[in-house]
Write a protein that binds this ligand. Sequence first.
Ligand code: ADP
Length: 591
Amino acid sequence: MRNSIGRILSPDIPLKQRLFQLLSAIALAEFIIVTIYTVLSGGNREHIVIMLSGTAMFTATVAFTSRSEKKRFGATVSGLLYFSLYPITYFASGGMYGGAPSVFAFALVYVFLVTEKWERVVSLSLCILVSGICFSTAYLHPELLDRHTVKAEHIESFLSVCLVTLLLCSLFAFVTEVYRAENRIVQKQKKEILELNLSQKRFFSSMSHEIRTPVNAIIGLNEMNLRETLAEEVRENSLNIEVASKILLQTINEIMDMSKLETGRMEIVAADYQTTAMLSDIVNMTWLRAQEKGLDFRVEADPSLPMVLHGDEVRIRQILLNVITNAIKYTKKGSVVLSLGCKKAEEGIALMTYDVKDTGIGIRQENIPFLFDAFNRVDASQTHTIEGTGLGLSIVRQLLDMMEGSVHVESVYGKGTTFHIEIPQKIVDRTMIGKVDLKRDVKNALEKPESSRKMSALQILAVDDTPMNLMVVKKLLKSTDARIDTAESGAEALKMTAQNRYDVILMDHQMPEMDGIECLHRIREQTDGLCHNSKIVCLTANVGAELEKQYLLEGFDGYLEKPVRGNTLEKELARLCLSPQLEAGASCGPE
Ligand code: ADP
């Protein structure tokens, strides 16, 4: 019994088929019970014969339907066959005075549930029509009814109510079980997807970390070569190494971002920011590249733009950097112009516009719709010699979608391209930015921090479990003449902070046994420690805007991404230590 129920309800069978088999099994059971009752109560012989032959035909049709390919047709025939026995039963069992009305209702439900689409409409309409004819005929010609005794009619009514109740309860139990089973499957799949997401996240972040660590050494040591070597050929090779390393880093970042976007882990983190500060960051990061290619790089910012906006500055910067870098990449001569404006400013929201116009290779009209597809690089004949993954614009589009922004491209093939970007941003301070002098910013960005010569008094501790990274930091800060000690583990760092006072500690995060965060807290609380108030900077290959916030919340005074440039390191030291007091001879670190 259990086995047959198990076979009928097996989850391997499609849901519709399971429902058909269950309902047919219930209907068959009902036929058998009614036939047995009719025999036992000495019912009419013809009625018994019709019931038996009907039951046999119905069983054969159901069995055939369960095996055949034409399930929909078979189910409709079974439904109609099952229903067709009821008019006879109705008249043979006293019409509405017996148990027929309630089983009539079940027969209609059966027809409704086993049929589909237009067959359902036709069959159900037909069955309701036949039911109506039976009831009205019985009303108009009561002599056609085979009336039983009052006692028998009551027993039959009661039995049929019990039967139908039982049938409906079984149906309900089935539906509930199916729902639970489906729910279990959904929960299991949800768990599997979460686990998959998590392991994908772990894979990508560890891959990024593992690649960044050696790239840090390559870029850092290569920078030393560039600084110290005069031989033309070596310098040229170093420059090529620098370009290749940057491309590698860019590719890692894009793959990380793509993975975050695809798994829904990318978040928009809004905060207040200065419009001009963001603009000058962008210019600093792109200007040199344009100049190296001999391009005229201009920035035009509407002086009436609001001074402070609220939005995800990091992601806006990423979008603009991507589009500007492309403009520089795909332009051989001429200019690249970034124009900032505000289309409308209503109810505290500014619709900021960022146009990037170049005089580069241009894009064919038919290729424009495919620009934003991931891994798509259009016009291979022109672009195959230019580095790129084809991910940048896809990331741009997805980030814009997340910020309710938009991008629109206009291009004349061979002449140039303009990317129009719009992003709504909350206005925090309406004061106008006025005329922006970005030349001054560019000059600052290019200059070596003039503070480097004031850093010789600094005492620095670099903590990293990779000796190569320590060597890179030492070499990058060589020109500052600062004293740089190194520690290859958290424990070693604690020993040194107990013996020496350091102005700045450059701390790696991922280290075996004691990681950088734990080491930071232990230095702050170290009994007899000499570095409770030292500036501690997280210098890590774990990168991401959201991570920076977490590190600062942990208590770090700064955050630097690996691979780190010499200039960036020096600037960070200057930011942390070269306060006016220090310049006057005081130290920034321990009291
Ligand atoms: P890639 O890494 O290849 O630059 P993107 O997604 O940033 O990937 O860009 C996709 C493609 O769009 C590029 O391969 C290039 O063919 C085209 N493209 C993007 N920006 C420009 C531009 N300013 N001028 C000409 N073609 C461009």
